[in-house]
Design a protein around this ligand. Structure first.
Ligand code: ZN
Length: 297
């Protein structure tokens, strides 16, 4: 940071260009609900989401990246860059099958994830990933998380994640739930079936909060809730605001209570923000920004 370069003590920071942020939380839990739109998050009975909105900082106008496909957006969320950089332009992408090469290949040959950045910064960090959509797994560098597993169904996925948290108290836990998107494709976004799926997502989120509380680290844990894209009719992937807008919510230690974020947030800012909360600077090659506006003074 240029403005800090006058201080000799920050000389090393000037050289690297990346200031190590002050850690706000010892544990960060990121929950991604596939296909959850901002409107969906506020429909139906969602007491857990309502509570986290009151205790945290949020925006209902965060943006996905184009195309509004799942892989492109899950990739951006954990890789801190857009499709122009990571090259994940559709769900057909595979680590060894792509047309756009990554700008800066990480250790696995594709764009580095926040899991890998955390592992490098803190080799002993405990990292766990539970995903309900099988293809999410290919976006994560093999061998980097302490645990990564594909679970079947939302209840099973969250139950396994909650059990794991109680037992291991990971520093970074990522949970992917797929059923809201499935309901949108099956019955349509914002239909009663979709709302039911959102209500289940809310209940499962409460289960994880309870597990973190039972693990004795709730006051030190930040929760970041978001999604990969919205939807319209029974699909997504196109160019409408209904598909592009996503909810983005962070709550926990050092986070402003009840703040509605005014500055634009993009899905790739999730990676930068999760790392910031853990006190880790993002790589200079990333384009994301940590959402500092969410921090309490
Ligand atoms: Zn999706």
């Amino acid at each position: 940071m240029l403005q800090t370069c006058g201080l000799l003590l920050l000389w090393a920071v000037c050289l690297s260009g990346q200031e190590t942020p002050l850690a706000r939380a010892t544990h960060v839990v990121v929950i991604g609900y596939d296909g959850l739109s901002p409107r969906g998050m506020r429909e139906g009975s969602t007491p857990t989401f309502d509570g986290l909105l009151q205790t945290g900082a949020s925006t209902m106008t965060a943006r996905a990246v184009m195309p509004t496909s799942s892989s492109s957006n899950w990739g951006s969320m954990i890789m801190g860059v857009g499709p122009e950089q990571h090259g994940i332009t559709s769900n057909d992408w595979q680590p060894d099958k792509f047309t756009i090469a990554p700008v800066t290949p990480g250790p696995a040959g594709f764009s580095e994830t926040m899991f890998s950045v955390l592992r490098r910064a803190r080799p002993t960090a405990h990292i766990a990933v539970f995903h309900d959509w099988k293809d999410f797994g290919r976006l994560v560098e093999p061998g980097v998380p302490n645990h990564i597993s594909h679970e079947l169904g939302p209840r099973n996925t969250m139950r396994k994640a909650a059990e794991y948290f109680r037992q291991h108290r990971p520093h970074l836990l990522f949970v992917h739930l797929d059923h809201v998107d499935a309901a949108g494709h099956r019955a349509g976004w914002h239909t009663p079936v979709y709302r039911e799926a959102v209500e289940l997502a809310d209940q499962l989120t409460a289960d994880l909060l309870k597990a973190v509380d039972e693990a004795g680290v709730l006051p030190q844990t930040a929760f970041l809730l978001t999604s990969d894209h919205g939807g319209i009719g029974t699909s997504h992937g196109g160019e409408t605001m209904d598909e592009l807008l996503i909810p983005w919510l962070v709550s926990g230690p050092g986070i402003a209570r009840g703040r509605q974020l005014q500055r634009p947030v993009n899905t790739y800012d999730t990676a930068c923000t999760a790392l910031m909360l853990l006190g880790v600077a993002p790589p200079e090659t990333w384009i994301c920004h940590p959402v500092r506006e969410a921090l309490a003074p």
